[in-house]
Ligand binder design. Structure first.
Ligand code: ADP
Length: 248
């Protein structure tokens, strides 16, 4: 049974908005360490699914489990974040006037007032995590630079770093390459691929070339349900998927 190795399992979820079924008997498993891409036409329910996982939207029925024991439907948004689910929205929201390293410290401490009272007193372990994260996101040389002076792509990587210092088990990433240059997209593919294994990563993305470059498994959502699942080649050759995308 796939649910036994899953870090996330969603079962028979339903959500209606004013009688409109945005999520319709959605069942989906994400394995530990997996890098999964979620695709699907506009209105397919991708955002609503992410909102259920993070506690922003409550389903009308169904189940959502994080690991074997954590019932996401019983937790608040902050409790879900504390349990180890980090979400990155499409638009980067870094602290522009603070340095790259300070942004990571702020994210690590959770809020500004804690950071101000603790600043310059990172433990060795915390400093090591900051340094390791800077390496991972490729911004070591930008340690002291104001985040506001970074390129769009670098801001996106910094925001991923701000999630990483919170040591998430599961990372939810919404359209990471929107607005990126080709080179930034390649770097982002490397970054997300390098995170898988250590973390489980779910990426919602519209750019199909990018999805092909990173994903092992792709899930296609349509009208609030899973339409197809498999490798990019498998889902792209699926007649139902072709019809849904042609009809967009
Ligand atoms: P996607 O992210 O795949 O584009 P969404 O999850 O944003 O899809 O939306 C799924 C459907 O639910 C859409 O038809 C959308 O208009 C509708 N929807 C989403 N959120 C709300 C809401 N808060 N109120 C009413 N309708 C909503």
């Amino acid at each position: 049974d796939a649910s036994h190795t899953a870090i996330l399992y969603l079962e028979d979820l339903n959500v209606s908005f004013d009688g409109f079924k945005a999520i319709n008997n959605l069942t989906l498993y994400i394995d530990k360490g997996e890098l999964r891409c979620i695709i699907g036409p506009n209105g397919a329910g991708k955002t609503t699914m992410m909102d259920i996982i993070t506690g922003k939207t409550r389903p009308d029925s169904g189940q959502a489990w994080f690991g074997q024991t954590v019932d996401l439907l019983k937790l608040s948004e902050p409790e879900i974040a504390n349990a180890g689910i980090g979400r990155k929205f499409q638009k980067p929201t870094v602290f522009e006037s603070h340095s790259v390293a300070e942004n990571l410290e702020l994210a690590m401490h959770g809020n500004k007032s804690v950071w101000y009272s603790l600043r310059a007193r990172l433990s060795g372990e915390q400093q090591a995590l900051i340094d390791e994260t800077l390496q991972t996101i490729g911004l070591t040389d930008h340690y002291h630079q104001a985040a506001g002076a970074l390129s769009h792509g670098q801001k996106q990587w910094l925001e991923i770093g701000m999630l990483l210092v919170q040591k998430p088990y599961l990372l939810l990433v919404d359209e990471p390459v929107a607005g990126m240059t080709h080179q930034e997209m390649e770097r982002t593919a490397e970054l997300l691929t390098s995170l898988a294994g250590k973390h489980s990563v779910v990426v919602v993305e519209h750019d199909m070339d990018f999805v092909r470059s990173i994903a092992h498994q792709v899930t296609v959502l349509h009208q609030g349900s899973v339409l197809a699942e498999g490798t990019m080649d498998e889902v792209q050759n699926d007649q139902r998927v072709i019809e849904v995308y042609l009809g967009e």
